[in-house]
Write a protein that binds this ligand. Structure first.
Ligand code: 4AD
Ligand code: MG
Length: 477
C-alpha cells in the first residue's frame, strides 16, 4: 500500500479506512501516543498504539527521531488538538534513533545550536516551515517569469570575468597550490591551468544574461552565485542564489515595475500556499520579540508586514533626494548613525537604508540614480555626467533586496567608462559585441533569493534560510 502524506491525512474525513503513514517520531507519550511528522506540514498526526498487545522491545524502539512505518485505521480523534488520528494495526521501525544521542530533544533549541546541527534542523518546526516557504518562493519565481514568457537561461558557474568588477572572487584552479608552474618572469603560469587562464566562481550571471536578452528579448537566470567578501553579517553569504532578469527594449521604469510586480507576486504566492507555515513563523517572531525591549519590537507582525507590502506602492526616489532626507534627519543630527551622512556621493550603509524604509517612509523604497563612482561599469550614464540609471530596492528589516540598472547600451560611452575604471576591454570583447551588433536599450536586476526568504519567513539571520550556509571560516556539511 502507498503511504499517504500527513498533510493530506489531516484533511481527510475519517471513515475507518486503512492507511499507511511513514515519518519520524517527534514524541512518544505514555507508551501509547506517537506524534509523527513527515515534513509535509508542521502538524503531526497522532498514532495510537495498543501497548498491551505490543511487545515491550518494540515499544522501547519508538523514540524521538526514529523513523517508522504505520499501517492503521483513520478515525475521528477522541482527544483535543487534532481532528483525526490513526489506530495502529502494524508498526515497523525503519530506522532506530538512540534517544540518548539524538541531539534534537522535544524542547526549544536556540537557532545558534541548530546551525551547528544543520543536517538535522530540517526536522524542527521552524526549519520545516522556512524551507517549505523557500520552496514555494522558488516555484513562484519561475511561474512569474514563465507566465510573462521570459526564457530561463543557465549562465555559467565557472567564468573568467568579474561581472561586478569588485574583485570579490573565489578562484578556481586545479594547480597544486603549493607548487604551481611559473612562467619565465616567476609569475604563476595560468596557461598551464585547467582552462588555460585564471578562472573564478561567478559573482553574477548578468553579463551572459545580457547576451541572451539581445536574442530572446526577455530572459532570467536563477542560480548560485559566489562572493568572497569578508562580511560576517546577518545579510551576507559567500554562496547565495540570485535571480537576474534582463529585458531588451526596456528602461529603468520598466525595470522597477517588473521588480515590484515580481516581489508582490511571489510574496502573495507564499501567503496563499504556505498560510499555516507563515502563521507559524509569524507567531515564532512574536515570541522572539518578547525578549526585546518594547521600543525595539516591530510595529507590525510578520503577516501584517507581508500584507502591507502587497497593498502599498513602493516609494521611488533618487539617491540625491535620499541623501537630503538622511542629512536632515533627526537621527543624523543627534549623531545616532554610526556613519554620519554629510555629503553627496557617499555609499549608503545598511543603517541608512533601514532608516529610510523603517522610520521615514515606512514602506519599501526604490532608490535610483546613484553616483557613478559607487556603481558598476555597465550602468547607463545620465546626462548630468555624475549619476547612473541604477536602482536598489530597500525592504524593511533587510535593507537592499534588489540591485539593478538600465544598461549602458552605447558602445563609445561604455568603453570610455570601462577604460576609466581600468577594466581591460579585450577581456570583455564578447560582451562589447552586443553593443557592436544590434545594441538596444535594455535593463535588468538581481534579486538576492535568501534576502527574499529572510523577509517572507521573518527570520533575522541569513544563515537560517539556506540549508547549509557558507560564510567566512564556515563551510560545514
Ligand atoms: O547588487 P548586486 O551586487 O547586483 C548584481 O550582482 C547585478 N549583476 C544584478 C543585475 O543587475 N543583474 O547583487 C544583487 C542582489 C543584492 O541586491 C542582494 O539582494 C543580493 O544580490 N546579494 C547578496 N545576498 C546574500 N549574500 C551576499 N553576499 C550578497 N551580495 C548580494
Ligand atoms: Mg547592490
Amino acid at each position: 500500500m502507498q503511504r499517504t502524506r500527513i498533510k493530506q491525512l489531516l484533511a481527510t474525513t475519517p471513515t475507518n479506512q486503512t492507511i499507511v503513514v511513514k515519518g519520524w517520531v517527534r514524541t512518544f507519550r505514555n507508551n501509547q501516543f506517537i506524534a509523527l511528522n513527515d515534513g509535509s506540514t508542521n502538524n503531526n498526526i497522532q498514532i495510537v498504539v495498543d501497548f498491551a498487545n505490543t511487545p515491550e522491545a518494540l515499544l522501547k524502539r519508538i523514540t524521538t527521531g526514529a523513523c517508522i512505518s504505520v499501517t492503521g485505521t483513520l478515525i475521528a480523534s477522541q482527544g483535543k488538538g487534532q481532528s483525526v488520528e490513526v489506530v495502529a494495526t502494524a508498526l515497523d521501525i525503519l530506522g532506530d534513533s538512540d534517544a540518548e544521542k539524538f541531539p534534537l530533544q522535544p524542547k526549544k533549541h536556540s537557532l545558534e545550536f541548530l546551525r551547528e546541527i544543520a543536517h538535522l534542523r530540517f526536522r524542527t518546526n521552524t526549519f520545516g516551515a522556512i524551507f517549505r516557504v523557500r520552496n514555494a518562493l522558488a516555484f513562484a519565481v519561475h511561474q512569474f517569469f514563465q507566465q510573462k514568457n521570459f526564457v530561463y537561461m543557465h549562465t555559467p558557474i565557472i567564468t573568467s570575468n568579474d561581472a561586478e568588477g569588485a574583485g570579490e572572487m573565489f578562484h578556481v584552479t586545479n594547480f597544486d597550490i603549493k607548487n604551481p608552474p611559473l612562467d619565465e618572469h616567476g609569475a604563476i603560469d595560468y596557461k598551464q591551468d585547467f582552462f588555460g587562464k585564471p578562472t573564478n566562481l561567478t559573482v553574477s550571471g548578468q553579463l551572459e544574461g545580457e547576451l541572451a536578452a539581445m536574442a530572446f528579448g526577455d530572459i532570467y537566470t536563477f542560480g548560485p552565485t559566489f562572493r568572497a567578501e569578508n562580511s560576517n553579517t546577518t545579510r551576507h553569504l559567500a554562496e547565495f542564489w540570485m535571480i537576474e532578469p534582463e529585458m531588451a527594449f526596456a528602461d529603468l521604469n520598466d525595470n522597477m515595475d517588473l521588480a515590484e510586480d515580481m516581489l508582490k507576486y511571489v510574496i502573495k504566492y507564499a501567503l496563499d500556499t504556505c498560510t499555516e507555515d507563515i502563521e507559524f513563523l509569524s507567531n515564532r517572531l512574536l515570541e522572539e520579540e518578547k525578549q526585546k525591549p518594547q521600543n525595539e519590537r516591530s510595529e507590525l507582525t510578520l503577516l501584517e508586514k507581508l500584507n502591507f507590502c502587497l497593498t502599498n506602492n513602493f516609494e521611488r526616489i533618487t539617491y540625491t533626494q535620499a541623501i537630503d532626507i538622511l542629512k536632515e534627519s533627526p537621527h543624523n543630527k543627534k549623531k545616532k548613525f554610526q556613519y554620519l551622512v554629510n555629503e553627496w556621493g557617499v555609499d549608503l550603509q545598511s543603517e541608512h537604508e533601514r532608516y529610510l524604509v523603517e522610520k521615514h517612509f515606512k514602506k519599501p523604497v526604490i532608490l535610483t540614480d546613484y553616483p557613478k563612482n559607487i556603481k558598476a561599469f555597465y550602468m547607463r550614464q545620465n546626462d548630468d555626467g555624475t549619476t547612473v540609471r541604477a536602482m536598489d530596492i530597500l525592504f524593511p528589516g533587510i535593507g537592499e533586496i534588489v540591485g539593478g540598472s538600465q544598461r549602458e547600451e552605447r558602445y563609445d560611452l561604455l568603453t570610455k567608462r570601462m577604460t576609466e575604471m581600468n577594466i581591460p576591454l579585450h577581456e570583455l570583447d564578447w560582451y562589447l559585441d552586443t553593443r557592436r551588433f544590434g545594441t538596444c536599450p535594455h535593463a535588468g536586476f538581481g534579486l538576492g533569493f535568501e534576502r527574499l526568504v529572510l523577509f517572507v519567513s521573518g527570520m533575522t539571520n541569513i544563515r537560517d534560510v539556506i540549508p547549509f550556509p557558507r560564510t567566512p571560516k564556515n563551510c560545514e556539511f
